[in-house]
Design a binder for this molecule. Structure first.
Ligand SMILES: [Zn+2]
Length: 497
């Protein structure tokens, strides 16, 4: 089977620019790993019954076993390569496709990497797998579920020297370059680029993963990396990987395409630093997106992108401008309590000093502000952004003005309405005291930057607070599935009333 199909040839051409095109003879080494009817060329470790073939498919279902591709001569080995596979996962399935690995009888960790296959997997003791299909486990994690259960999708893994790219249905979700001082956090795999074979993992008898059309194209040893970037490993780099490996979604849920930042730049940044993004559009009165038609047009423009797409609700009248059905098409909705009308009927945006004027009585301002926050929490939102923000005029007194009673009222309001609290990177709010009190009360948290410029940072403050306050994955926000979003649930309540 040394012939290139048209699709394979195209994929190869797209993935590898000049170098491969000039070396057609060497790149035409295409191998079908699975003959469609038998496990010839494969070797199982663990429960051999965990792997079987049926109707052109290879099925992985069984506990803690691996199936290694050995090839016709038993010593299959790949360094630079492109792998294509069609995969379908049944509900709850968790499996993996491994590369640069070897059938080693000694205990873990195994050589190489595993690419996670998990759409909505769960584990014992209430564990919910937050990492999703496409994750390069232990170094780069995918947090958004892009793949539906029982749906055939293509997984593409491209390895060129120290660079690994992973695509789902052609969408680039991981672009990892191994640094000189590589850091990983995967107890089961060494996560070092080298060479080795391909393996399929079965994790539990309840998990059913199906594979077909498994093909590998060997790429020349001399093929260059796509990027010559040399990533720098520092403590934030390591923390992003540590938190991700602890099942904590390292997602910036409050990223804006502002300050000239393009979507492509944002996605490049996401892949480079290993942080997922929720790209948020401001939606409200006198904003470009302010109606169902403009929402749908915006969502169309973001279709098929490897990121969450979020709505930032602006002003208190946003619900009168757009329908719940249109809003529910966003992954999630957030708002802040920074635009409101005060007790004297004055509409103010509290980050603009001129709109507030002089705050003569900061205690009275705080009482009014806490009331406004409580009221905003009644809106059908997922996240309270810029939580506890104070205007410049009084921010120096943050710790005195945010008394325990006032913090308690805000925390109670978020809890009552099941709204996550944003830990904001740009403003470094809320304070650690607030986060600790909210954690003790049972709140959930999201990470967000709310960038005004093109630079997005690396969630340094949320990461610091997660460590210092001991936040765990159960306390970190993830968007609700369709049918369970606040905008949908509140609507149901309203129609029952
Ligand atoms: Zn914002």
């Amino acid at each position: 089977m040394l012939t290139l199909t048209r699709r394979d040839a195209l994929a190869l051409l797209l993935a590898a620019p000049a170098a491969v095109r000039s070396l057609p003879a060497q790149s035409a080494d295409s191998i079908a790993l699975f003959d469609g009817t038998s496990l010839r060329g494969w070797r199982a470790r663990g429960d051999a019954a965990a792997f079987r073939t049926n109707g052109g498919q290879l099925c992985a279902q069984g506990s803690n076993s691996r199936l290694f591709y050995a090839g016709p001569s038993g010593d299959a080995d790949f360094k630079n390569f492109e792998l294509n596979a069609e995969i379908s996962l049944q509900p709850g399935a968790e499996s993996a496709l491994c590369f640069h690995t070897a059938d080693r009888s000694s205990a873990a960790p195994a050589p190489g990497f595993e690419v996670l296959l998990a759409n909505d997997a769960r584990g014992p003791n209430g564990f919910i797998q937050r990492r999703k299909t496409g994750s390069l486990q232990g170094v780069r994690h995918v947090w958004k579920q892009f793949i539906a259960n029982n749906e055939w999708f293509t997984l593409n893994i491209l390895v060129r020297q120290k660079q690994v790219q992973i695509r789902l249905n052609g969408m680039l979700v991981v672009d990892y370059i191994e640094p000189a001082d590589a850091f990983s956090a995967n107890p089961d795999f060494e996560c070092r680029i080298g060479h080795g074979t391909i393996a399929i993992e079965a994790l539990s008898p309840q998990s059913v993963a199906l594979f077909r059309n498994l093909r590998v194209h060997r790429l020349p040893d001399s093929i260059p990396q796509l990027s010559d970037e040399n990533p720098q490993v520092d403590e934030v780099y390591r923390d992003i990987i540590r938190l991700g490996s602890a099942n904590i979604p390292v997602v910036d849920y409050h990223a804006h395409l502002k300050g000239g930042l393009t979507l492509e730049q944002a996605l490049n940044n996401s892949r480079r630093v290993g942080i997922g993004y929720g790209i948020a559009i401001n939606c409200g009165l006198s904003f470009p997106v302010h109606s169902d038609a403009s929402i749908l047009a915006y969502l169309q423009s973001m279709k098929g992108q490897p990121c969450y797409v979020a709505m930032q609700a602006e002003g208190r009248e946003w619900q009168t401008l757009v329908s719940p059905e249109a809003v529910a098409r966003f992954d999630y909705v957030f708002t802040d309590a920074m635009t409101f009308t005060d007790d004297h009927g004055k509409r103010m945006r509290i980050w603009i000093p001129e709109e507030i004027g002089v705050i003569t009585d900061s205690q009275a301002f705080m009482e009014m502000y806490v009331k406004r926050i409580e009221s905003v929490m009644r809106e059908p939102i997922d996240i309270y952004a810029n939580a506890t923000y104070l205007p410049d005029q009084i921010v120096a007194h943050y710790d005195e003005l945010w008394t325990p009673q006032r913090m308690r009222r805000v925390i109670d309001a978020t809890l009552h309405h099941n709204v996550a609290i944003e830990i904001n990177n740009r403003r470094r709010i809320p304070s650690r005291t607030f986060i600790q009190m909210a954690k003790a009360a049972g709140c959930t948290f999201s990470f967000g930057t709310n960038n005004a410029e093109a630079e997005l940072g690396r969630l340094e403050y949320p990461i610091q607070m997660t460590k210092e306050c001991g936040l765990v994955w159960e306390e970190i926000f993830v968007p609700k599935p369709d049918g369970q979003k606040p905008i949908q649930i509140r609507k149901k309540h309203a129609s029952l009333a």
